[in-house]
Ligand binder design. Structure first.
Ligand code: ADP
Ligand code: MG
Length: 266
């Protein structure tokens, strides 16, 4: 059944840089229309995984399949074609300083579609509106706040109505309120545009509210890709340790019986 086929699939992916092995037989499936969050300590290879999904890096061993196609076997033109279905927001946003906000958001439309200027205008304004960005068309990135820049980045990532979006630590550098705002907009647009999302985030457990699946990268492997509820109760030692360090001790009847909670100070 086509609908249940994964949109993206990593099969036994191995990747080393020199003598440093970063990914060792990584398996991960991203299901259509879902939001999957990849979590894990920094330097583990989360960004490397995203780059494999985008075809920016290739595995030493194993396969990366996107829409059922093996990325390494694609010609440049075919890869470009697949990428038109992708929206990307990296932590550094990468807006062009010398271009206005309007032109930054319009860029993918002008480069990749044959839309007329009036169609471009309509699409750009629709996305800026969706991001609650008003009266910024003629401003330059340096003239707006960091939070607004991220929202412009989000507008640009979504302007081609992508089938899949990749966010790599999209709230880095933002305070709690601005991070929440980004996640609220993300939630709203996913409802409206219905894309498949792969997000790398440190905002645990907040990000769990937006996730259908959580995948922990630890010890060079994806430990499991499971629902946030399953994740928090998993007995996989890597997941348990991650949950305990990022969220504090979790509920467990066994621990409660041994008086664990009484000894824990909050
Ligand atoms: N292009 C590269 N060349 C060499 N080493 C790299 C490259 N990209 C990533 N690495 C190494 O791979 C490891 C994982 O990096 P990364 O995916 O950025 O981690 P994170 O989980 O924090 O996103 C790090 O040790 C990093 O130094
Ligand atoms: Mg990273």
């Amino acid at each position: 059944m086509v609908d249940t086929d994964p949109v993206i699939e990593l099969v036994e992916v191995e990747k080393s840089f020199g003598t440093q092995k970063v990914l060792d037989k990584v398996n991960l499936q991203i299901k259509k229309g879902t939001t999957t969050v990849i979590v894990g300590p920094s330097g583990q290879g989360k960004s490397v995984i995203i780059k494999h999904m985008l075809g920016l890096m290739h595995p030493d061993e194993g396969e990366v399949r996107v829409f059922g196609q093996n990325l390494t076997q694609l010609k440049k033109k075919e890869l470009r074609e697949i990428r038109t279905a992708f929206g990307v927001l990296f932590q550094n946003v990468a807006l062009f300083d010398s271009m206005t906000i309007f032109d930054n958001v319009a860029l993918p439309l002008r480069e990749r579609t044959k839309k007329s200027e009036s169609e471009v205008k309509k699409a750009v304004e629709e996305k800026l509106e969706m991001m609650d960005l008003h009266n910024v068309n003629h401003k330059y990135p340096a003239q707006i706040s960091g939070g607004m820049q991220k929202r412009v980045g989000l507008a640009r990532a979504l302007v081609l109505n992508p089938k899949v979006i990749f966010f790599d630590e999209p709230t880095t550098g933002l305070d709690v309120n601005k991070s929440n705002e980004i996640y609220r907009l993300f939630y709203k647009t996913q409802k409206q545009l219905n894309y498949t999302a792969v997000i790398v985030s440190h905002d645990v457990p907040k990000i769990f509210k937006l996730s259908d699946y959580v995948a922990l990268l630890a010890n060079k492997q994806i430990q499991n890709c499971i629902t946030p509820e399953e994740f928090q109760l998993s007995d996989n030692p890597h997941i348990r340790s991650f949950v305990e360090t990022t969220m504090g001790p979790i509920y467990s009847s066994e621990l409660e019986e041994t008086g664990f909670y009484e000894e824990t100070e909050y």
